[in-house]
Design a protein around this ligand. Structure first.
Ligand code: B12
Ligand code: SF4
Ligand code: SF4
Length: 386
């Protein structure tokens, strides 16, 4: 990064800070705030979290501990972080309706459309270019979902929201369906950190609803049990005892956010990029299971779903089919795929076939379901289906 001296007086810096917030909104961000973070407490807690192995196979989370504590050191010459959030909640088929339908595939809301890394990074770069036009010189680096950065802790200090018991950031006016991103810059702009009150109160709905009981307690997630980890990050077999709890969630999970009362304030994102592609918000498990590798690659081009790879995709679908109503078509598709699959997938197909052969009635699952009425989320009910 260029560490050149910027000859701006305090008034110009203040004006620039205000302009940056306006440009950020024009570029599709919901909010931005400038900060010099102080993360020693969060860093220490993260070390504790890592020492319990809650991160599973996400070894990258244990790397770069020193940089995580002092993020500005990641970009030599930088002296401020612009912390931003972008809403993603897409207009899509009602999440609960999909979760209840055991033959449909549930894909987390954040990834129904284009890969957010691409969209958000592009906007961050556009924001940097606008600042550069104004200042002539700018050293910067853009990050979104970048591993060595504690994005949530930074955004919390910046005042973009508070950390909910589910470990995600919540904004009073917008809920939690947003991405976090950062622009590191070398201009000493006035900071705008703000302490946001924690509004979780006595609520524990997210902790209680989690289908795999992944929370060790408030604010502490054992990622190894989280469906998001199991279906996206893990390259291994899904633990047998968790398979039936996964239900029809084939890529990520939103239950702890769907139940959160603050998400009644979430508005649909105006971004076309986040709108569902290939009807991924309303598609049957069988249709997706029938995709061959080429179709998978073609249909997930430019989508974050590619991250799981074709094997991971098939593994996840096999588990969900084992939790479905079953029927001749599903059983024959599983048997057919079994002939051409790698051992990881074959083992999950065998599990699915065994589940379906044991099933006497179509709805034998004790899967926890979440029923909420979008019009009145306060009336959210949690029921067990026997
Ligand atoms: C690794 C990761 C995951 C992992 C682990 C999640 C987790 N909670 O850590 C997995 C794969 C499970 C995951 C899942 C999801 N993720 Co994710 N993930 C990340 C990533 C890359 C790093 C997060 C991290 O550092 N985790 C490590 C742990 C240590 O962090 P932590 O929970 O905040 O740790 C604190 C607590 O453990 C606490 N603690 C520890 N001990 C103690 C003791 C006490 C007493 C207390 C009070 C606290 C405490 O202190 C720690 C530090 O503050 C970030 C991007 C980034 N670079 O920050 C995105 C990020 C957090 N994920 C995001 C999203 C959207 C999701 C999902 C919703 C996706 C989905 N729909 O499937 C789910 C939500 C699951 C959940 N409830 O968290 C967004 C969240 C946006 C927001 N509104 O907050 C982020 C910020 C990505 C982004 N750029 O937008 N994710
Ligand atoms: S994303 Fe799903 S599995 Fe993960 S913690 Fe939230 S409710 Fe539990
Ligand atoms: S569900 Fe309740 S406890 Fe969980 S994050 Fe939302 S308000 Fe906080």
């Amino acid at each position: 990064m260029n560490t050149s001296h910027h000859p701006f007086n305090p008034i110009q810096l203040r004006e620039l800070a205000t302009q940056i917030n306006t440009w950020a909104i024009e570029l599709g961000f919901a909010q931005s705030s400038i900060i010099v973070p102080e993360l020693s407490k969060e860093h220490q807690q993260m070390q504790q979290w890592l020492s319990k192995n809650y991160h599973g196979q996400m070894a990258y989370l244990a790397n770069n501990a020193a940089l995580r504590k002092n993020p500005l050191e990641i970009v030599p010459g930088s002296c401020r972080i612009i912390s931003l959030r972008m809403d993603y909640n897409p207009p899509a088929k009602n999440a609960i309706d999909v979760l209840i339908d055991k033959d449909k595939a549930y894909i987390a809301r954040y990834t129904l459309g284009r890969d957010y890394h691409k969209t958000v990074k592009k906007r961050l770069t556009q924001l940097a270019k606008r600042i550069e036009q104004q200042t002539q010189q700018l050293g910067y680096r853009a990050f979104v979902d970048s591993a060595p950065i504690m994005e949530r802790a930074i955004a919390e200090q910046a005042g973009l929201g508070w950390t909910g018991k589910h470990t995600l950031l919540i904004n009073r006016k917008a809920g939690s369906y947003f991405f976090l991103a950062e622009l590191f810059i070398d201009i000493p702009l006035p900071t705008s950190e703000k302490l946001v009150m924690n509004n979780c109160g006595r609520c524990t709905a997210c902790l209680d609803i989690c289908p795999t009981q992944a929370f060790v307690g408030a604010n502490i997630l054992d990622a190894r049990r989280c469906i998001s980890y199991l279906t996206i990050e893990s390259k291994e077999a899904i633990p047998v005892e968790l398979r039936s709890k996964i239900g029809n969630r084939i890529f990520g999970c939103d239950d702890c956010q769907l139940i959160c009362p603050w998400n009644k304030f979430s508005k649909h994102s105006p971004e076309d990029d986040f709108k569902p592609r290939h009807q991924l918000d309303d598609i049957s498990l069988l249709d997706l299971f029938n995709w061959d590798e080429q179709s998978f690659l073609k249909n997930t081009a430019g989508s974050a779903i590619r991250r799981t790879g074709y094997q991971g995709w098939q593994r996840n679908l096999a588990v969900a089919l084992g939790n479905s109503h079953g029927g001749a078509e599903i059983i024959s598709a599983l048997k057919e795929k079994r002939l051409h699959s790698e051992p990881l997938v074959t083992e999950h197909i065998d599990w699915a076939l065994a589940q379906l052969s044991q099933r006497k009635t179509p709805s034998g699952s004790t899967q926890q379901l979440l029923i909420t009425n979008a019009a009145d989320r306060d009336q959210a009910l949690i029921i067990k289906r026997g």
